[in-house]
Design a protein around this ligand. Structure first.
Ligand code: AP5
Length: 210
């Protein structure tokens, strides 16, 4: 099974990627998480991505395509994978085609801008393991500490209101055209991302025939 999760920043891609991948026993490939881990480690990739991410811009296509090419060659991807946050431009989708990767389903998680802003406003993330929480909808068991590794949760550096507006603008101009790209291939399926998280997971698994 090879799946793409599309959707605006904060629509719930990361949350659903975790639940769906657990159910299907396939890895999630999140370009956002790969870049943030590189930033944390201070690698050349992280240093070059930092200014793009913190200003709400996309990281250049050639960098992202290089990351994905290498990642899908790894052993755990043999039985499939789920892309969270890739592709994000038509050029990235075309590069994926050129890699000879056949996609089974593209799932577009829909949510309104108002809801997205509330979700991102309440998001708390673990800087160590990348786990995602919400101050109302997914509270950590201990106040502001990660359930998985106990690290103190933080507000992402690109979750400041001004940067979120920029990310939404970039999403509309550069990523939304992918809906048409995949609809024309007969691969696009829509799910209502405004429902309770477990119901969204159920809908996605339904689209995937599970
Ligand atoms: P990335 O990390 O991919 O960010 P994003 O796409 O903007 O998405 P988010 O992580 O903000 O949101 P999400 O949809 O995963 O929502 P989540 O599940 O956390 O990318 C960051 C940056 O890296 C980009 O801006 C760009 O610079 C760069 N980048 C990455 N990939 C790239 C690429 N391919 N090309 C170029 N640049 C790239 O949910 C949000 C909150 O809501 C959480 O608190 C969660 O708990 C809560 N929540 C989720 N679902 C529900 C629900 N159903 N009900 C209630 N609460 C919910």
């Amino acid at each position: 099974m090879r799946v793409i999760l599309l959707g605006a920043p904060g629509a719930g891609k990361g949350t659903q990627a975790e639940a769906v991948c657990k159910a299907l026993n396939i890895p999630a490939i999140s370009t956002g998480n790969i870049l943030k881990a590189a930033m944390k480690e201070g690698t050349p990739l992280g240093l070059s991505a930092k200014s793009f991410i913190e200003s709400g811009q996309l990281v250049p296509d050639d960098v992202i395509i290089g990351i994905v090419k290498a990642r899908i060659r790894e052993d755990d991807c043999k039985n499939g994978f789920l892309f969270d946050g890739f592709p994000r431009t038509i050029a990235q989708a075309e590069a994926l085609d050129q890699m000879g990767v056949t996609i089974d389903r593209v799932i577009n998680i829909r949510a309104s801008d108002d809801l997205i802003i509330r979700r991102i406003g309440g998001r708390r993330s673990c800087p160590a393991c990348g786990a995602v929480f919400h101050i109302e909808h997914k509270k950590p068991k201990s106040d502001n500490l990660c359930d998985n590794c106990g690290e103190k949760l933080v507000i992402r550096s690109d979750d400041e209101p001004q940067t979120v507006q920029k990310r939404l603008q970039v999403y509309r101009s550069q990523t939304k055209p992918l809906e048409r790209f995949y609809a024309e291939k007969g691969l696009l399926f829509e799910v209502d991302g405004e429902k309770d998280s477990s119901l969204v997971t159920k809908d996605i698994l339904g689209v995937l025939g599970q």
